[in-house]
Design a protein around this ligand. Structure first.
Ligand SMILES: C[S@@+](CC[C@H](N)C(=O)[O-])C[C@H]1O[C@@H](n2cnc3c(N)ncnc32)[C@H](O)[C@@H]1O
Length: 286
């Protein structure tokens, strides 16, 4: 009789990383990765764990046991060489260094699965994502853990001006636009200049995963004719053109936006302010 395969949750709980004990991310990983469990995947995890030079590696051991045919690579700013072993390699690499990430990809990639559980600093998360997502294998999965740090200033985020900082949540929101860009009336608004084709986005409590598209045209609109696009864009400009200018002006200056949020809180919020500003009733100076 064949023995039942352990779920990721069962394996994860044996290895005891905080992503399993504190966050219960194992349930999410079971959903995301089980369909590809037996493939010869290349998996990269950013952040091996252990405080400083302490060894860590719980999650890399869990990936090894859960994905029997996968090669596992972990990067960290500290050497974690003691973790290396059967199908596991660790590399000293800073997730905020695009040159080092490119070299890593050349040597060990392209990766099918990337998990960012590193510093959780917004600019680092964004740098890793923008460097590595375009290099991910087609239909590959990119996971960002602990996205709640986007709301906390000591991680480079903010709860007051979430659109102004280079955080995971900001990029997740932009990813919604990228996935639906075929229906944006101005095709230059959410350009492929972001350098990647996102096919799927899954957002859960504190964790999100992106699936890379294959570059095919399935994002192109099936519902908009070019005539409708042109007519509706003219209509949109007439209704919201000024609002769009005001919004772009604010986004370009986070300090100004923060001051304005203080001014407008309790008076209808940012949308009300933007509407007022669009009618030139409120000055933007500090
Ligand atoms: C939360 S721990 C990782 C835990 C591990 N993934 C697990 O689940 O057991 C975060 C790790 O990221 C590493 N780290 C911090 N800043 C980094 C950076 N800029 N680049 C790469 N790793 C970094 C830390 O040294 C630490 O080992």
């Amino acid at each position: 009789m064949n023995e039942r395969e352990l779920t990721f949750e069962e394996i994860a709980l044996r290895h005891g990383s905080d992503k399993f004990r504190v966050h219960s991310f194992q349930k999410i990983y079971d959903r995301i990765l089980t369909p590809r469990r037996h493939e010869p995947l290349r998996l990269l995890e950013i952040g091996v764990g252990g405080e400083g030079y302490a060894v860590g590696g719980s999650s890399l051991f869990a990936w090894r046991d859960y994905l029997p045919n996968a090669q596992i690579v972990g990067i960290d700013i500290y050497s974690k060489v003691e973790v290396d072993g059967d199908r596991i390699r660790t590399v000293v690499c800073d997730q905020s260094d695009p040159i080092a990430l490119n070299a890593l990809n050349r040597e060990h990639g392209p990766f099918d699965v990337i998990i960012d559980d590193g510093s959780h600093m917004g600019p680092h998360v964004a740098m890793s994502f923008h460097t590595l997502f375009p290099l991910l294998a087609t239909r590959g999965t990119y996971v960002i853990e602990d996205i709640q740090t986007s709301y906390w200033p000591h991680y480079g985020g903010s709860s007051l001006a979430p659109a102004c900082f280079d955080t995971a949540v900001r990029w997740i929101k932009i990813a919604v636009d990228v996935i639906n860009r075929g229906e944006a009336l101005d095709p230059t608004l959410f350009p492929a200049s972001l350098g990647f084709d996102i096919a799927e986005l899954h957002v859960f409590h504190n964790i999100a995963s992106f699936v890379k598209g294959d570059g095919s045209s399935d994002w192109r609109s099936r519902v908009l004719t070019e005539e409708a696009r042109a007519a509706w864009l003219g209509h949109d400009r007439a209704l919201h053109g000024d609002l769009s200018d005001a919004y772009q002006e604010l986004l370009a200056d986070p300090g100004k936006l923060l001051r304005l949020l203080q001014v407008v809180s309790g008076a209808g919020g940012l949308d009300a302010f933007l509407a007022l500003h669009a009618r030139k009733s409120v000055a933007l100076e500090s």
